[in-house]
Design a protein around this ligand. Structure first.
Ligand code: NAD
Length: 350
């Protein structure tokens, strides 16, 4: 039995991880530390019996020390972050505060309780990061590997790169048992509808425009969030102290292809599921029209990275990581989840 501290566990990926872990490891206890920013939602994990939500800030080092000590935590999984690139362009300060200062606060607390006080026999600090730290690829460049030099381009990716370096330094300098995973774009249930896939699903249902940045040909690797959780579990089990592992879904797609597939899935759902036209009368599909009529080009994001691609050979060979969802099945499950969990997303303020 293990006691976990999961930061940011009321957010999208952290919340999915709490569900995943509770299902796979029912004997473990999970303390979620989350300050419930606009992106945090207590209802995401309300039905997980093993999880207790502590509303607090990762920058509160004393609180983190207390939780590590009193709850006898052996594994800290760090998701908490400001995570939206567009918000980092208009307001970078919050990204430095949470992603950089917040991560250093957690590392200080972990060092104190696990190393200095000697309470932490076996311990692990697992840091969740992004492929965006590697910068942008040209069309023929090889995919990012763990040795690709860091070249972050947005305030978001720069703050995540800084946090990755701090984690590395706390391992190298103080001997903290750390692992880091850098993953590609996630999608799936409980995703706050400011990111492409949930935003486009909900706009399609309510007949609102589908805003496409630039020429729509920016390429991303898409990872179904449950597969990401599987990869984190593999890193916690088989990862070597101080190592980093790239995790992806193995499917590079231009945004336009993702958008066309969302539109086709929505059209298909309206054709297959009784009653959708009554529930969502504003949707073009409710009136027999194509969802893709809602596509609208808008000005590109400042400094928009052109292409990300992940080489996940190390995770597959050293961790035994194998994603179980391709984009088609993951997208269908995601759409069905939003259709079946309207009460989760209708409560989110616009
Ligand atoms: P999210 O924005 O959905 O959730 C972040 C959570 O952290 C929220 O619940 C929020 O309340 C909490 N939080 C923010 N600041 C906090 C603070 N100071 N103290 C305590 N809690 C705080 O983010 P997400 O998409 O779930 O991303 C989780 C992690 O995964 C982040 O570190 C992100 O950089 C990384 N990541 C995300 C993606 C993606 O596609 N979403 C891809 C790669 C890596």
């Amino acid at each position: 039995m293990a006691n976990l501290l999961v930061t940011g566990g009321a957010g999208f990926i952290g919340g999915n991880f709490v569900h995943y872990w509770a299902h796979q490891h029912p004997e473990d206890t999970i303390v979620v530390l989350d300050c419930l920013t606009y992106a945090g939602n207590r209802s995401t994990i309300a039905d997980v019996e093993q999880a207790e939500l502590v509303v607090g800030d990762i920058r509160d080092t004393a609180l983190v020390e207390k939780l590590l000590r009193e709850r006898r935590v052996s594994t800290l999984v760090h998701f908490a972050a400001e995570s939206h690139v567009d918000r980092s362009i208009t307001g970078p300060d919050a990204f430095i505060e949470t992603n950089v200062i917040g991560t250093s606060s957690l590392l200080k607390a972990a060092r104190k309780v696990w190393l200095d006080e000697g309470s932490g026999k076996d311990h692990r600090f697992h840091h969740i990061s992004t492929d965006e730290v590697y910068g942008s690829l040209g069309p023929d460049d090889p995919a990012f590997s763990e040795t690709t030099p860091y070249q972050p381009n947005s305030p978001y990716s720069a703050s995540k790169a800084a946090s990755d370096h701090l984690v590395r330094a706390w391992h190298h300098t103080y001997g903290l048992n750390t692992t880091t995973t850098n993953c590609s774009n996630n999608y799936g249930p409980y995703h706050y509808p400011e990111k492409l896939i949930p935003l486009f699903i909900l706009n399609a249902l309510s007949g609102k425009p589908l805003p496409i940045y630039g020429d729509g040909m920016n390429v991303r690797d898409w990872l179904y969030v449950e597969d990401h959780c599987r990869g984190i579990e593999a890193a916690l089990k088989n990862g070597k102290p101080g190592e980093t592992y790239n995790i992806g879904g193995g499917e590079e797609l231009p945004n336009m292809a993702v958008i066309d597939r969302i539109c086709a899935e929505v059209d298909r759902a309206f054709a297959e599921i009784d009653g959708l036209a009554d529930r969502y009368p504003q949707a073009p599909a409710a009136r027999g029209r194509a969802t893709c009529d809602l596509k609208t080009f808008v000005a590109d994001r400042k400094g928009h990275d052109r292409r990300y691609a992940i080489d996940e050979t190390r995770a597959r060979t050293e961790l035994g990581y194998v994603p179980q969802h391709d984009f088609a099945t993951g997208l269908r499950s995601t759409l069905r989840w939003y259709l079946e969990n309207e009460s989760w997303w209708t409560k989110i303020p616009n």
